[in-house]
Design a protein around this ligand. Sequence first.
Ligand code: SF4
Length: 226
Amino acid sequence: MNTLYKLSPSDLTFLWDECQRCFYLKVVHKFNRPAMAFPKIFTLIDLMMKDFFYDLPADEISPDLPPGKVAYSSKWVYSQPISFARHDASCYIRGIFDTVLEFTDGSFAVVDFKTTKPKAEHINFYTRQLHAYAYALENPNPGKFTLSPISKMGLLCVEPVAMSRTQQGNLAYEGEVTWLECPKDDDKFLNFFDMVLEVLDSPDAPPANPKCSFCNYRDNARQTGY
Ligand code: SF4
């Protein structure tokens, strides 16, 4: 029987770029490297941003967006299987998106919130994650959440730039808001998946990233016997 792999949108960005060996071991063998500490404050900020923007007009995200509103927040997506004739294995996407806008023309936009200084390279880095959510929304597994068509996608970057005192006496961070739109290119995204399945179809894991301290630690432990 051909294998159907589950892929998480964030792994297509961070893990794939960092080390294809770790990606392979996680997806094919369910062998995960130790979790890295992730400051809880970023999860809290992310939740606050989603609450703040929910139901607001789309021009609160960017005046360049068409008329519409922030309509959905934190929902699971689950795609149909993605397969190619030249690969035995196939895969599907499963994950939770940040936010989706609904435009008055009936189309939608996938948005990811980032607490960061906006940089042009963020567009290329996060484009696979945004495409994965868009693909799963437009091509859902039967019975799963769906929105279509997805006409836009992008990042809402909030960079803390100042601090002020509120009327209640609390301190508030002030953030500069920048909208980075990621061009939607479905063909390029499917070509990327073709490449991912080529790696997953291989009987052996790709080489490790020589700069990774985890694998260096494991090698040192083997060599020293500790
Ligand atoms: S080098 Fe090793 S531990 Fe580091 S990311 Fe790759 S497989 Fe994982």
